[in-house]
Design a protein around this ligand. Structure first.
Ligand code: ZN
Length: 350
């Protein structure tokens, strides 16, 4: 099969086409002919190299896969060749303490498709059958791939971990990221009031169009923390979603009401905030809730809402999965000049 791979870590130019043996599914596994694969920030981290992550080279990125079942391994029922499917990228053992109680995103033997094992920047990928969900008739592969990881992540963070309630105020730091565009829609669907901090007027407008109740454009209002605090009548917000980390952490902590929750699924600007004042955490009784990926139950719930049209993935653009297309996608995501998801269409890889 053809794939877009890298043999060494580095800038987007390390991405190249390669011919690799088509894998075959083992027991409990399925081979999927990839039709669409969406990008995540994770792809950038893995391409650049994560110190604790040892990869078998060449590595194939890609966590968000939708496609058609091409081969079914032994011990599988309910899935047939030709089924149109979307893949949950959260890999788990299915047998440990966490898996058995439905917390499979905490599995110690688990991982993420495209990070720990070869992913979907390829014509074919092998995945566990239990990670598949069938697409409704006619549902586009691109939308399914664009939805899967970010909506799963945002759902687990806001609903499962964050226990978001109707009427609560949620502040989302950043408008354009895939998780943030998903979090905004999920928070609205849950009956919350949503404040978005956007980096420029264009992203502010897009956030309004997606249903944000209040948008703060930080290019006009650098002290967005104070602006949000005042907008809530100096009460503070119930929940902050901050995946930026280092650059915004303390501003996010300051805007929380007493007893508020800080939800964290990433740290795109870096993991070590220098100005973190722990006194805020105890004096305001703040809960800091970390979250990563989501459970099989979350995946089925949120994808059901996607299939029903209650939630809609935001696609910035669709690119062909070629070396040039992959490099362009990586450069665009690195530049921050995207709103929503970049999706690769996987036809013939040249
Ligand atoms: Zn497990």
């Amino acid at each position: 099969m053809k794939a877009i791979v890298f043999y060494r870590h580095g800038d987007p130019d390390v991405l190249e086409a390669a011919e690799l043996p088509t894998p075959h599914p083992g027991p409990g596994e399925v081979l999927v002919r990839v039709r669409a694969c969406a990008m995540n920030h994770l792809d950038l981290w893995v391409r650049r190299g994560i110190p604790s992550l040892r990869l078998e080279m060449p590595h194939i990125l890609g966590s968000d896969v939708a496609g058609v079942v091409a081969e079914v391994g032994p011990e599988i029922s309910g899935i047939e060749v030709g089924d149109r499917v979307v893949v949950n990228a959260t890999l788990s053992c299915g047998q440990c303490e966490f898996c058995l109680r439905g917390e499979d995103n905490r599995c110690r033997q688990g991982g993420i498709l495209g990070e720990h094992v070869r992913g979907g920047y390829a014509e074919y990928v092998v995945v566990p059958a239990r990670n598949l969900l069938k697409l409704p008739e006619g549902f586009p592969f691109e939308e399914a791939a664009a939805a899967s990881l970010v909506f799963l992540t945002a759902w687990h963070m806001l609903i499962t971990r964050g226990a978001l309630r109707p009427g609560e105020d949620v502040l989302i730091v950043g408008a354009g990221g895939g998780v943030n565009t998903a979090a905004l829609q999920i928070a609205k669907l849950a009956g919350a009031r949503v404040i978005v901090v956007a980096s420029n007027p264009e992203k502010a407008e897009r956030a309004r169009a997606l249903g944000a109740d209040h948008v703060i454009d930080r290019s006009q209002e650098p002290d967005w923390s104070r602006a949000a605090w005042q907008w809530t009548g100096r009460r503070g917000v119930d929940v902050v979603v901050d995946n930026v980390g280092r650059a915004t952490w303390m501003k996010s902590i300051r805007v929380l009401r007493p007893g508020g929750r800080m939800l964290v699924v990433g740290a795109t600007s870096g993991p070590n905030p220098e100005d973190f004042d722990i006194r805020y955490v105890f004096s305001r009784q703040i809960s800091i809730l970390g979250s990563t990926m989501g459970t099989q139950h979350d995946f089925r719930t949120v994808m059901g809402l996607i299939f029903a049209g209650r939630l809609r993935p935001v696609i910035d653009r669709v690119l062909p999965l070629t070396p040039a297309g992959a490099r362009e996608g990586h450069r665009l995501l690195e530049s921050g000049a995207v709103f929503g998801k970049i999706v690769f269409q996987v036809d013939a890889i040249e």
